[in-house]
Design a protein around this ligand. Structure first.
Ligand code: AMP
Length: 188
């Protein structure tokens, strides 16, 4: 994998572990020569991971819509900052640039972006791995809810398994690198 897209909070969260986990992932990305693709902000966990990849000598590509460049305070020191017209353009460019997707703890924006990639995967629009880094068990209730969606017959178990969930960044990266896509039709 040459580039990984990380979705994460524009807020820092309430526990120091969130930023610490982001920094740990950042170090690994730089060490393994994997560029970070992200939303381009300098705030919250988004800012933390970008700063940490840069500090470790890695490459960071930010993608931000014009309308958010002030609000989310575009990061001024990235390897590359791509300014686009709309949120849709931002998300599709991030998806195209990356070979896989990781959600770190985050809010509604993070969840929306992660679920867009999961739903595209279940429709076979891409075959790239999708992971969640379960820092501080942040995603535990989501994992349980996904189990519920499968038990209630709304999500196929194989589609529920599209989300790779791990606590350790190293293990998650390894799982993503070994990922073999299985295309299971959503409808049939
Ligand atoms: P959040 O997790 O809400 O702090 O947002 C993290 C990032 O997701 C920010 O850069 C948001 O601009 C971005 N984002 C992407 N899609 C959306 C969306 N549909 N609604 C809100 N934020 C979004």
């Amino acid at each position: 994998m040459k580039r990984i897209c990380v979705y994460c909070g524009s807020s820092p969260g309430n526990a120091p572990e969130y930023a610490e986990g982001a920094k740990e992932l950042a170090k690994l990305l730089a060490e393994q020569d994997i560029a970070l693709v992200y939303g381009g902000a300098s705030i919250g966990i988004m800012g933390e991971i970008a700063d940490a990849v840069l500090a470790a000598g890695g490459e960071v590509i930010g993608v931000m819509p014009k309308s958010l460049a002030d609000k989310e305070i575009a990061h001024k020191g990235l390897s590359e900052l791509i300014i686009v017209e709309s949120m849709h353009e931002r998300k599709s460019m991030m998806a195209e640039l990356a070979d896989g997707f990781i959600a770190l703890p985050g809010g509604l924006g993070t969840l929306e972006e992660l679920f867009e990639m999961l739903t595209w995967a279940q429709l076979g629009f891409h075959q790239k791995p999708c992971g969640a880094l379960n820092i501080n068990a942040y995603y535990q209730k989501l994992v349980e809810f996904l189990q519920h969606t499968a038990e209630e017959g709304f999500v196929k178990p194989q589609h529920q398994e599209l989300l790779l969930v791990e606590e350790q960044p190293k293990t998650l990266l390894q799982l993503m690198q070994n990922y073999k896509p299985r295309i299971i039709d959503k409808i049939l």
